[in-house]
Write a protein that binds this ligand. Structure first.
Ligand SMILES: [Zn+2]
Length: 60
């Protein structure tokens, strides 16, 4: 079995990776991949900053 990141031989401690570095890389890759699924741009439903305060009593 070899490391899916760099192809080196898998280390028992870091299975299925060869090292902590590759395990971290895979985790970062996974996180980045999941982040790209989230909408980055604000959608049309987003309220503008100058929208009226719904609760006037909290206004300073
Ligand atoms: Zn590796």
């Amino acid at each position: 079995m070899s490391c899916p990141i760099c192809g080196e031989q898998t280390a028992q401690r870091w299975r299925p990776f060869c090292s902590r570095r590759c395990a971290d890389l895979d985790l970062a890759r996974w996180l980045n991949g999941s982040y790209t699924l989230e909408p980055v741009e604000p959608g049309p439903d987003e309220l503008p900053d100058n929208s009226p305060d719904p609760d006037p009593s909290r206004r300073h």
